[in-house]
Ligand binder design. Structure first.
Ligand code: ZN
Length: 43
């Protein structure tokens, strides 16, 4: 299960008990879904 840091946007693999982001130290991480719902940009 991959996670994404909401602060720096880095992808993090295998989080152990929700550790901090190794890049920025943020504790706010969200699960990265296979299909990321991007902004509706359909013309
Ligand atoms: Zn981060």
């Amino acid at each position: 299960m991959a996670y994404v840091c909401t602060h720096c946007g880095k992808k993090i693999k295998q989080i152990e008990n929700f550790v901090r982001c190794p890049y920025c130290g943020s504790r706010v991480l969200v699960k990265s879904r296979p299909n990321i719902p991007r902004d509706v940009s359909t013309d």
